[in-house]
Design a protein around this ligand. Sequence first.
Ligand SMILES: [Zn+2]
Length: 115
Amino acid sequence: MRLSGQICCSCKVSLSPPHPGCERYCTRCRPPTRRVYLYFMLRDSWHIQFLEADLKSPLPRRLTFRDAAKIRELFDRFAAERKLEDRQALEYALENGRGSIWLNLTEEQYAKLKK
Ligand SMILES: [Zn+2]
């Protein structure tokens, strides 16, 4: 029942249909996620900045990558949407040397960007 999504995979409370056929959490157990906007730009190397979901408040943590592969890695791990068209949009943005990705982060990952 847990594997088919009929009960919460943490506290085992039964969940209302539709059952997705995969593990899921009830609303109480679901790990909170933070929506963060990642903005990247190619200069001498790839510069990465993060904004809060309001798109106004920058987060202090900045990253610099030599290789665009690192941006693809962030996309694969954290992007809020990872459908084929999202991947294609990313590739297009990388070719153009600038773009952005919406990320879903856990509280813990988000806290690292605040430092
Ligand atoms: Zn639960």
